[in-house]
Design a protein around this ligand. Structure first.
Ligand code: 0CH
Ligand code: SF4
Length: 318
């Protein structure tokens, strides 16, 4: 029997964590497009908000651009990211006679259709979400300017002025905090009792499950690390949920190399999660880095199984 001089560390793995069905599909779309059409394949915006994923695809021949006019060869395919795009983007691609493939997550597209439906039925629309996020830009861009008003906070919900409170609806970004959004919706329903609510929650199953899983471990943790990018909405929400759920500290890290080991002073229980765009290999990297410094015991908490799979676009399906 060997004895270790390293201190003990219990690692609680929040489950589920990491890739969701929409991210899996978006990455597969880029990979399949590269196989089928060869490089380069252009991608408008980071396919998902993760540098590791983007760099890997770049290594296979994907070229990431912010806008279509940066694409030098309109003959090459262009893919729209998982977060969705305003209607003007496919219209622009058509005008330029480009071949595009839309990797918008079907659950984001569902929100787009919902907003369109409300508009067609003459309702004023509120979008609960974060200004400047590509999904918010995409959802607002399904409808003419002025048709959708953004609500970011409870304060916004208290102050917002609507034209007709009896003909009002709301939709949400898919990656918001469940609890914060419930607070905003409560204010809206109190102020506008006739507001039309989504038939089914717009915050998606993956966001919901990952937040629940973090809540399930948070109170036991001295520190929670969430693998994810600074521009990843769902990943940032996991850090917030860890803190409100009772973790003594919580941090977002992109990779193990970003860990400041002074954060671990006095830490005996670490929680680990990953945003929907963060590959599991990055979680493993963090566990390996912990093993170099601690005697690690890994505990998997909760047993929520996800079996959501989205079909690929027909052009890439076979
Ligand atoms: O969480 P956000 O929306 O910032 O995006 P991500 O980190 O790329 O995760 C995938 C979600 C994509 C659209 O819902
Ligand atoms: Fe789709 Fe939800 Fe994943 Fe976004 S986080 S890509 S809405 S499954």
């Amino acid at each position: 029997m060997t004895t270790s001089s390293r201190p003990g560390l219990t690692v609680l793995m929040a489950n589920p964590r990491g890739f969701c069905a929409g991210v899996d599909r978006a990455i597969q779309i880029v990979e399949r497009a590269l196989e089928k059409y060869g490089a380069p394949v252009y991608v408008r915006h980071e396919i998902v908000h993760n540098r590791f994923v983007v760099d890997q695809l770049r290594g296979k021949g994907a070229v990431f651009v912010d806008e279509l006019d940066e694409i030098p060869d309109p003959e090459r395919p262009v893919i729209f990211s998982a977060h969705g795009v305003p209607k003007a983007v496919p219209e622009d691609a058509e005008a330029r006679r480009m071949f595009y493939i839309d990797a918008t997550c079907p659950l984001v597209s569902k929100v787009h259709r919902e907003a369109e439906q409300h508009f067609a039925e003459g309702r004023e629309i509120l979008l609960i979400g974060h200004a400047g996020h590509p999904e918010v830009i995409g959802t607002m861009g399904q409808l003419p300017p002025g048709a959708v008003q953004l609500v970011e906070t409870v304060e916004d919900a208290r102050r917002i002025v609507v034209k007709n409170p009896d003909n009002l609806s709301f939709v949400t970004q898919t990656t918001l905090s469940i609890d914060d959004t419930a607070g905003i919706i409560a204010v809206l329903r109190e102020r506008f009792p006739a507001i039309a609510v989504p038939r089914k929650e717009d915050i998606c199953y993956a966001t919901t499950n990952r937040q629940e899983a973090v809540k399930g471990v948070a109170a036991r943790c001295d520190l929670v690390l969430v693998l994810g990018a600074p521009n990843s909405s769902n990943s940032n929400r996991l850090v917030e949920v860890a803190l409100t759920g009772g973790a003594a500290a919580a941090r977002l890290v992109q990779r193990a190399a970003e860990i400041d080991w002074s954060w671990f002073e006095g830490v005996t229980t670490l929680g680990l999660s990953a945003g929907a765009s963060a590959p599991e290999v990055l979680v493993e990297e963090v566990i390996d880095a912990c093993r170099e410094r601690f005697e690690v015991t890994v505990e998997t908490v909760s047993d929520v199984r996800e079996n959501v799979v989205f079909k690929l676009p027909r052009v890439l399906a076979s």
